[in-house]
Write a protein that binds this ligand. Sequence first.
Ligand code: AMP
Length: 187
Amino acid sequence: MAGMSATVGAVPPGWLVDVVEEHPDFPEPGVLFRDLSPLWRSSSATSRCAMAMAQDMTDVDLVVGIESRGFLVGLPVAQRLGVGFVPMRKPGKLPGELISASYELEYGTDSLELQASAIEAGERVLLIDDVIATGGTLAAAATLVEKAGAELMGIGAVLELSALGGRRKLTEAGVDVSLVRSLWEIS
Ligand code: AMP
């Protein structure tokens, strides 16, 4: 998209470093969980985050956020851009006619749903989540946005845990990773 860069923030802004909290062995042993609760606890950090994620996103009609932390990141971005917000949810949460995409977890599968009426064909979508880890969730979400007939203009995340290979997973799913922008790439 116009003005969108494929680069990630390898050197994070100070305001962001201050609002990411590390929790070893959560939710299970071996996982270093990055908690963004301090970010949302801070009005100024929440505003700066929305500003950074909205930057240069001039060609967007709609922000789609992935349940549930993608809602917290995405809604302020939509407000900043002056466009609407659409929640992409786990199964069984949304009423009405739905479209869905499934994806594989370590054990079993999961899926994501959108209301069929929420996105019009050809609308230009910025897809948002909080963290890119393995990339499985975003890969399914990107597939679902395209299934809805929308045009994927960008994929935004606050953090990208690059050692987990999210961009590789997205590429395998046919997603153009030049659309990905994260505020802080943690290797
Ligand atoms: P994934 O499908 O592996 O990219 O991750 C799906 C979601 O899990 C991300 O959007 C995060 O909300 C969450 N997540 C996974 N790993 C972490 C982590 N180490 N710290 C914080 N959130 C995580």
